[in-house]
Design a protein around this ligand. Structure first.
Ligand SMILES: Nc1ncnc2c1ncn2[C@@H]1O[C@H](COP(=O)(O)OP(=O)(O)O)[C@@H](O)[C@H]1O
Ligand SMILES: [Mg+2]
Length: 583
């Protein structure tokens, strides 16, 4: 709740104004029964018409005041709560952007979305209703009791018992409510996850004819959501009527005993009516008590879930040492690099890798799938944080370099090319939004995608991704290569960037790339399964089971007659066969 208090403190002026308005409304509500009392007593005894009119005028004035004050404080309080909501959503989103990759492996996306949507809403509700209820409970509740005691201590004693029940009910109901609500939030997260997963995997579900299975699965989650919600509804549904019942019982007692007192001349009729009015005034703060307990519990759970995210250390905060060296990007070194994923402690993903790449050099990497190539690249890119003293850029331990300034040196094409729902131009200039169309053209030609773009009606302005046209795997890869090249950073990392491109186009791209790299003196690491994409590299490494089993130039590796030679022969023979078939 600290965050909420802090927010209230920061906006103390608005909140003071709101409280003053709330108090004014409460005061008016307290005074009105007294006016009614004097009006009725006047009707009964003095029978003064003028006094009656003035009572009526006062009532109208107060009623008008209540309406205007409520309007003002409602707008203020809602505005302020929405503003808090906005700040929380922004803070969450910023935190998501800064959290390390490992975080997203341990959290469901649906749950992360629910925290931004649902949990912030629970906080907003509390901020709106909580304050109103708190002020009303304290001020309206206490002062109506005081007024009742003032009017008739005996009648007040009479309704103490039903009021005690009221508090008992609230205390009994709130833990039930608490549990049901927590369940509800968790199930909601699950539903979001299921929907998201099914929508993303729709094609797979359909082609494997698993619609029924998935709809059953979804049905189960939704049924339990429904069940919990109904339970919750029952709890809420029995709570309000019980309160009303108690209020009506109190009224019954008052009219019965108070009525007798009026008949016996011990109480004026006006006082009796005023008293019953106070019971009704009191019923709101009483209900609000249960209300605020619930809202508070909801908000508390929600805030805990939000705090959990906000207090997860970001990649930046995880970094103990931070240096800002002036990098020249002369060499990238990997020394005795061991690594295992956090959830697979007994499995070494990398078991002691040693490599060095100098400026202007190209390192080719190959090896069976699952051998650790992508892992090695992720460590170099610090998508996963490598152990310290194992990777060096210009002889600086990369884990010590400020993350942002470190990553700025890289351009990356990941194994799965991801494009945003945006135009091709926006996707391509993602790393350098100011890039000109000439530059886009140059690199799109280099990556052999320009011909495809030219054929599109809207050219570079074509929207791709989820909301636009679907590109083929090979087209996406080439757009991703263009994006990396336009970024123009000194280290280029390509993770199997041409796997879906036909071999002829691949050859073209490789030869374009080769020329470009030579001219710019970049450092480049390229992963591929095709010899033709690797043979030109300054050095080639073969990774198997997390180990570098072969390392050298194309010719050296061929002489070694190991894994590299083996795939070379295989692909060479396949090529010959294809040639034979063609002729
Ligand atoms: N996020 C992860 N968590 C746990 N294990 C992983 C993760 N990513 C990859 N691995 C495992 O690490 C090994 C190396 O994978 P990867 O580097 O992707 O191989 P490659 O790119 O050579 O095909 C595999 O056994 C894979 O299952
Ligand atoms: Mg891989």
């Amino acid at each position: 709740m600290k965050r909420i208090w802090k927010y209230i403190r920061e906006n103390i002026k608005i909140y003071l104004l709101i409280i003053i308005l709330l108090l004014a409304v409460d005061a008016a509500q307290l005074i009105m029964p007294m006016i009614i009392r004097s009006a009725i007593n006047n009707i009964e005894t003095t029978k003064n018409i003028k006094l009656l009119y003035s009572s009526a005028t006062y009532l109208i004035l107060f009623a008008f005041m209540i309406v205007s004050a409520r309007y003002i404080y409602n707008s203020l309080i809602r505005g302020s709560a929405l503003n808090f909501d906005y700040q929380m959503e922004l803070a969450l989103f910023k935190r998501y952007l800064s959290l390390p990759d490992s975080f997203f492996h341990t959290h469901e996306i649906g749950d992360l979305m629910a925290r931004v949507n649902n949990d912030t809403r629970a906080l907003r509700r509390f901020l709106i209703m909580g304050l109103i209820a708190a002020v009303d409970i304290i001020f309206l509740g206490v002062s109506s009791i005081v007024m009742m005691v003032y009017l008739s201590p005996r009648l007040t004693l009479l309704i103490i018992i039903p009021l005690m029940f009221l508090i008992l009910i609230t205390l009994f109901v709130s833990p039930l409510f608490h549990k049901a609500f927590r369940n509800l939030q968790d199930t909601f997260g699950e539903i979001t996850t299921r929907i998201r997963e099914s929508l993303v995997g729709m094609r797979v579900i359909r082609t494997f004819v698993r619609e029924n299975f998935y709809s059953r699965l979804f049905n189960e989650v939704c049924t339990s959501y429904l069940r919990i919600n109904i339970t919750l509804g029952k709890i809420i549904g029995s709570f309000d009527p019980s309160i009303m019942l108690l209020v009506n019982i109190s009224l019954l007692l008052i009219y019965l005993f108070g009525g007798r007192m009026v008949i016996n001349g011990k109480l004026t009729l006006g006082t009796l009516v005023a008293f019953s009015q106070y019971i009704q005034t009191l019923s709101w703060p009483m209900m609000a008590f249960g209300f605020i307990v619930n809202l508070y519990q909801r908000a508390n759970i929600a805030l805990k879930r939000i705090e959990e995210i906000l207090s997860t250390p970001s990649s930046d905060e995880l970094q103990k040492v931070r240096i800002y060296p002036k990098l020249e990007i002369n060499s990238l070194k990997v020394k005795d690099l061991f690594f295992h994923y956090p959830d697979a402690k007994e499995n070494l993903a990398l078991g002691g890798i040693n490599l060095e790449i100098k400026r202007g050099e190209i390192l080719g990497l190959t090896g069976p799938t699952g051998s650790g190539k992508t892992t090695l690249l992720s460590l170099i890119l610090r998508i996963w944080e490598p152990p310290s003293e194992a990777t060096f850029l210009d002889d600086y331990d990369i884990t010590a370099i400020d993350l942002d300034s470190y990553r700025r040196n890289f351009a990356y094409v990941s194994q799965e090319s991801f494009l945003f729902s945006a135009t091709l131009r926006e996707n391509m200039t993602f790393g350098r939004p100011m890039a000109s169309d000439e530059e886009i053209l140059k690199f799109a030609k280099l990556a052999c995608i320009w011909e495809d773009i030219e054929k599109l009606e809207n050219g570079l302005d074509t929207i791709v991704g989820e909301r636009g046209i679907t590109l083929s795997g090979g087209q996406k890869q080439r757009v991703a290569i263009t994006r990396a090249l336009i970024a123009g950073n000194p280290i280029l990392i390509l993770d199997d960037p041409l796997s879906s491109v036909d071999s002829e186009t691949e050859q073209k791209i490789i030869s374009n790339l080769r020329e470009y790299l030579k001219e710019k003196e970049l450092i480049c690491i390229i992963v591929s399964h095709r010899i033709t994409a690797l043979s030109w590299a300054s050095s080639i490494g073969v990774i198997k089971n997390g180990k570098l089993i072969e390392y050298g130039t194309h010719l050296e590796l061929l002489e070694k007659k190991g894994y590299y030679y083996h795939i070379y022969r295989q692909q060479y023979l396949e090529g010959l066969k294809a040639l034979n078939n063609a002729s």
